[in-house]
Each structure stands twice: as structure tokens, then as C-alpha cells.
Design a protein around this ligand. Structure first.
Ligand code: CP
Length: 316
């Protein structure tokens, strides 16, 4: 039986092409369960997922919890950060050890960079990083790449433009590391200089010889791109509120901007959106962001199944 290369999902750099093939093959099979064409309750019956969200979430939290329940598992949770003993000063390490006693897998979102890694190192239970501060959000990147494959029918030979808050936007870091696995990829990063892609990402691209350009010109940046990945400014991570106010209206996607893009450019957004995609864009057939969010279910079902299954449990 094929296994993932690591018994956790902390970031996207450690994933291999074989991991992606396994996750996406499994996700394709999970689509029948996600869409109620097949019953999957036997697959994770008796397993418990701890859902630890110390930052707000709608999509990630609900799709993980929904996925776990559709596969027959159950969920234990804290309703929000202040309800957990982390707010009394308990360390992430102790919190992880205790949570692992009451669950079979831990899904954690926490504002501190490295919190998911620390959780994984503290336990022998699988851990999924659902977002650690401005660092990474690997399950989002997996559903993003799954979406690109479904929309564009390929993962090689793509020009991907990423716009918005590239400094704090953890989804942008994770997707770049993941798309770095494929052939003939190039990136254009569109942002104000204050929100440039961090060096840990550009160094990765330079070391792998993957071409990228940086610009603050939206129209120039999207020319010739196959995929446009839009992100919101991460207001909650700005240390200076006036800087957010200064930049928040600078990069708004509308139909006029899109006149300069390929007509079939795949328009993506991890959501939630604030004002960075005009609602008139939603009606375009190539506006993929709601389909992208829906893909979170089969991809997260696949992750939970691959990290938790008993060896004797068959998907077929
Ligand atoms: N894309 C994403 O992480 O959304 P939530 O913050 O709603 O989970």
C-alpha cells in the first residue's frame, strides 16, 4: 500500500511528486463521497480529529471537520483560542502532548510561525498545519494545485501570476514551493514593494533555477499568465495599521484589468476576499475561486484518509 513520504503535513517543501500523485488520485476517488454518490463512513470510523483553531477560519476548519465526519470519524475541538489552556500560558509543546492523548490526528491553526512543526515534534500522532502565522498553509496549497490541474489540465508549462500580500500571505509561499516540483514553471509576483515575496521563497526559486519576476504593475504582471492567484492583504499581520490603510485599495481586480490578460486565465483566490476581486469578476467562466474552495473537501478527505487509515481499510 502506497504511503505519504512523511506522517504529517507541516509545509509543502517536503512533499514529493509521488506524494502529490497519491493525494490527487485519492482526492479524485473521494469526490464521489464528497458529492454523496458513495458512502465513506467506514473509512475512518472510530478515529478522532482534534480541530485546534487559534485564529479565525471558515473554509479550512469546516472542510476538515466535514471531511472527517463524512469518512465516519469524529471531531473534538476548542471553540476558540481563549477556551484553550494555551491562553493560561501552557506551551505549544505541552498542549500538543495532551491533545494527542485525546485524538488520533491534530489539525492546528496558530498565529506563531513554527507552531505546527512544534506540535508535530511533540507527539507521535499525525499533525496537519492549517496555517502557522505568515509562514505556510500546506493543505490550501494542495487544493490550489488540485484546482489548477482540474482547470488547466496540466501542471507543467505554466506561467503563474500571484498578486497581493506576498509577504504575509502564507498560501502564496506554500503554492510556490509546491509548483516548484513541475517542469517549465515561471512566476510573476505583483505587489507593492512593502509586501514583496520573502527571501525564503525567492531563494528557493533561485536555487532551483525557476524564473520569476517582481512588479508593482498589475496590468504588466498578468500579461501572458495562465493562472492568476489573488490574495487579500493580511490586515491582522500588519504591525502598522496606517500602512494597511495606505495599501488596501491598490490592487483590485476588475474586468478592465482582465482585458490585458489571456481570455481564459484561471482566476483563483484562497478566500476570504475583502475588496481585492470586484464581484463582477465572479460571473466569468474562468473565475475558479468558488470551485477552488469546494475542492478543499476531497483534498482534505484524502489527507485525513492517507494519514489515518488502517492498513486493511480499502477505498474501493
Ligand atoms: N483559505 C482559508 O484558509 O480560509 P479560512 O481562513 O476561512 O480557513
Amino acid at each position: 500500500m502506497q504511503q505519504l513520504s512523511h506522517p504529517y503535513l507541516i509545509g509543502t517543501k517536503h512533499l514529493t511528486k509521488e506524494d502529490l500523485e497519491l493525494i490527487f488520485d485519492t482526492a479524485r476517488q473521494m469526490e464521489d463521497i464528497a458529492n454523496n454518490r458513495k458512502d465513506g463512513h467506514h473509512l475512518l470510523r472510530g478515529k478522532i480529529m482534534a480541530s485546534l483553531f487559534y485564529e479565525p477560519s471558515t473554509r479550512t476548519r469546516l472542510s476538515f471537520e466535514y471531511s472527517m465526519k463524512k469518512l465516519g470519524g469524529d471531531v473534538v475541538t476548542v471553540s476558540d483560542g481563549p477556551c484553550s489552556s494555551l491562553s493560561k500560558g501552557e506551551s505549544i509543546d505541552d498542549n500538543a502532548k495532551i491533545t494527542a492523548m485525546y485524538s488520533d490526528i491534530i489539525v492546528i491553526r496558530h498565529p506563531q510561525i513554527g507552531s505546527a512543526k512544534e506540535t508535530a515534534y511533540a507527539t507521535n500522532k499525525p499533525v496537519i498545519n492549517a496555517g502557522d502565522g505568515g509562514n505556510q498553509h500546506p493543505s490550501q496549497a494542495l487544493l490550489d494545485v488540485y484546482t489548477i490541474l482540474k482547470e488547466n489540465k496540466r501542471l507543467d508549462n505554466l506561467h503563474i501570476a500571484i498578486v497581493g500580500d506576498l509577504k504575509y500571505g502564507r498560501t502564496t509561499h506554500s503554492i510556490v514551493f509546491l509548483m516548484g516540483l513541475f517542469e517549465n514553471i515561471r512566476f510573476t509576483f505583483i505587489s507593492p514593494t512593502e509586501l514583496h515575496m520573502p527571501e525564503k521563497v525567492t531563494d528557493f526559486l533561485e536555487n532551483k533555477g525557476i524564473p520569476y519576476t517582481e512588479t508593482d504593475n498589475y496590468i504588466e504582471g498578468i500579461k501572458g499568465a495562465d493562472v492568476l492567484y489573488v490574495t487579500r492583504l493580511q490586515k491582522e499581520r500588519f504591525t502598522d495599521a496606517s500602512e494597511y490603510e495606505k495599501l488596501k485599495d491598490d490592487f483590485i481586480l476588475n474586468l478592465d484589468i482582465l482585458k490585458h490578460a489571456k481570455p481564459d486565465i484561471t482566476i483563483m483566490h484562497p478566500l476570504p476576499r475583502v475588496n481585492e476581486v470586484d464581484h463582477e469578476v465572479d460571473k466569468l467562466p474562468n473565475a475558479a475561486f468558488f470551485r477552488q474552495a469546494a475542492n478543499g473537501v476531497p483534498v482534505r478527505m484524502a489527507l485525513l484518509y492517507l494519514l489515518l487509515r488502517n492498513n486493511e481499510t480499502s477505498l474501493i
